[in-house]
Write a protein that binds this ligand. Structure first.
Ligand SMILES: NC(=O)c1ccc[n+]([C@@H]2O[C@H](COP(=O)([O-])OP(=O)(O)OC[C@H]3O[C@@H](n4cnc5c(N)ncnc54)[C@H](O)[C@@H]3O)[C@@H](O)[C@H]2O)c1
Length: 327
């Protein structure tokens, strides 16, 4: 396939680009390097069929340039977005603008070119829905907008899913939706704008305190990056589901079904790294954080043939080795 990966220099995008190139596909990455890094794509440099366009995924000209490089386009994997919880609170306006503007342009381009489309949504599209596991039938639940900007991200993904479903119903677009659940692995940012596993391991590395919001009983479903990305890749590669189903408008949860509390994650990080970082409980965390996040993956298993197997401990050990080698 001739593929465009928007946000391909980011965490998930760089693994996806690697996997696609390894599978023999041609890939042009479009990334403006807001949070992406050229270093993330070092493994692809010089490989046949890989090219980087540095630019805005809300600018149609960058897609035309990518398609020229590829000699046409078969599939657009849309990952470009503002991710990282701190941004959702500090710049909700920017999060909404980038997440929806890039999607609109990527969708329009795919419709006019007849390319297949994969939209990376998120379990945050369900907001604070307390009932688990999350399925395609779950309702989205967001707290009042006046309270905080947290749901700028989740709501942008929710609206994004509506835009994609509308395009599927009103054009010949063949679009699929994927929702990765807390993907983690080497390259995950561990700075203040990063995600929890990256942040905890970074603290262990520096020997500085690990901050847990509240009592740490809130859970997440941590998913090994290569497995999450395998699901994203399959969602774009498969002509039809392995059960023969039509994939236009299909949505897939890509997450480990083992729920892990944030307190247990912190303790596991300490155990694996042997760090003497202290655990510090902060009464008030990020408002709007969901209490639990557990996916129903029966659709992904049945239709994509996708099941995650990697244990959290094994994955964290790989992250730790990577972090130490980064010095
Ligand atoms: N990491 C996860 O666990 C997770 C979970 C659910 C959904 N997602 C979604 O998957 C996608 C990738 O997430 P990630 O964790 O790799 O985040 P990331 O921040 O590492 O990757 C996003 C990439 O998009 C790029 N980008 C941002 N604005 C852009 C613009 N205007 N034009 C071009 N590129 C732009 C950034 O530079 C970055 O490289 C995002 O859409 C995210 O919402 C990720």
């Amino acid at each position: 396939m001739r593929c465009i990966v928007t946000g391909g220099a980011g965490f998930l995008g760089s693994y996806l680009t690697e996997q696609l190139v390894m599978m023999g596909h041609s890939v042009v990455v479009i990334d403006d390097m807001f949070r992406g890094k050229k270093k993330n794509l070092e493994g692809c440099k010089g490989m046949d069929g890989y090219y980087l366009v540095m630019g805005d995924a809300a600018n149609r000209a960058n897609y035309e340039k990518a398609a020229d490089k590829l000699g046409g386009v078969d599939c657009v994997y849309h990952l470009a977005a503002i991710n990282g919880t701190r941004w959702f609170h500090e710049r909700p306006d920017f999060v909404i603008q980038v997440n929806l503007d890039t999607l609109r342009v990527a969708l329009d381009f795919s419709i006019t070119r007849g390319a297949r489309f994969v939209f990376t949504s998120s379990p945050e599209a369900f907001g604070e829905q307390p009932e688990m596991p999350l399925t395609n039938e779950s309702n989205s639940l967001f707290s009042p907008a006046a309270k905080h900007g947290r749901h700028s991200y989740g709501a942008s993904k929710y609206l994004g899913e509506i835009m994609v479903q509308h395009a599927v119903s009103n054009s010949s677009l063949d679009a699929r939706i994927v929702r990765p659940f807390n993907a983690y692995g080497p390259r995950l940012p561990g700075d203040a704008y990063g995600q929890v596993t990256g942040i905890f391991l970074e603290k262990c590395h520096k020997g500085t305190p690990i901050t847990i919001h509240g009592d740490g009983s809130q859970t997440r479903s941590f998913t090994w990056v290569e497995e999450a990305v395998e699901g994203i890749r399959l969602a774009g590669e498969l002509e039809v589901g392995i059960d023969g189903s039509n994939l236009a408008g299909a949505a897939f949860n890509l997450g480990n079904t083992e729920e892990v509390s944030i307190a247990d994650l912190a303790n596991l990080c300490l155990e694996i790294t042997g760090s003497d970082s202290e655990i510090y409980h902060q009464e008030v965390g990020h408002p709007g954080d969901s209490r639990r996040r557990k996916p129903d993956i029966s659709e992904s298993e049945r239709v994509l043939g996708w099941t995650p197997n990697q244990s959290l401990e094994h994955g964290l050990r790989s992250c730790w080795r990577w972090l130490q080698a980064e010095e």
